[in-house]
Write a protein that binds this ligand. Sequence first.
Ligand code: HEC
Ligand code: HEC
Length: 242
Amino acid sequence: MVLLAPVLLAVAASLSAPARAAAPEPAPAPEMAAEAERTYLADCASCHGDEGRGTNRGPSIVDVGNASTYYYLSTGRMPIDQPEDKVTRRDPAYSPELIEALVEHVDRFGAGGPDLPHVALEAADVAVGGKLYRAQCASCHTTAGGGGALLREDAPPVYHAAPVETAAAIRAGPGTMPAFGEAALSEEELNDVVAYVDYLTQPNDRGGQPLWHLGPLIEGLAAWVLGLGSLVLLALWIGKPA
Ligand code: HEC
Ligand code: HEC
């Protein structure tokens, strides 16, 4: 019966696994395209211009590329209310479908800029990704991914990014982050780094409850308490007279 406890824990963990942003799919429906156009004119054009050429309130986005537009919309950094507002991660303002359609809409303004990469983590090598991460990313985001409180004040933690968002950030190079093109990180290496960042995100949080990142000792204890608790419950349930 002792063997059951980990199984119960695993089931509990899988039931409470957090929902993650889905990868965008190609070709939005025509109604979505119309909604994206309306949304762009209402929410973006006052700063970026009707055709994305920029105004005195916001830069040109004609050639930023799909990776950038996706990054800014999916991480809720755009839209902002005022040009001087802090550009920071928030809940996205739009549904994944509308974000996809907005990305297509902005894409029609110009042809330049990095495309949103296709992320495929099944064959990714997390260990290689870890090496690449420590060499190319840790100087700003820290080795543990908690963000650059010590080294670079403005690098955010990587924990909250869904795999597509990490991939988009790598190719787009938002803000002061450099853009890593295929010469710097091949498609395979990109998948390795994204898988590693995803791994950094998960060890503590996969079970739903982050346990405030107290570390393996406390978390191990918690697992024991939970495990024992479910054993006791199970024993009580089994022991109950029919
Ligand atoms: C109140 C003005 C304002 C509004 C509204 C706004 N933006 Fe922005 N946007 C900015 C400014 C300012 C920046 C530059 C921010 C920075 O780099 O810190 C920016 C940056 C961006 C970038 C990155 C540009 C680059 O060079 O990498 C994209 C993409 C973008 N906005 C898309 C949008 C979209 C799409 C919308 C509508 C959903 C939107 N923005 C609404 C002001 C605005
Ligand atoms: C020079 C410092 C620097 C380096 C190097 C760097 N980043 Fe960044 N990164 C930033 C900054 C600054 C931002 C925030 C940009 C913005 O949106 O304005 C950011 C944003 C991100 C985000 C979005 C976080 C979120 O959820 O909001 C991810 C993920 C990320 N970087 C991953 C990486 C990875 C992976 C690498 C290595 C391949 C890397 N970064 C290299 C500075 C850096």
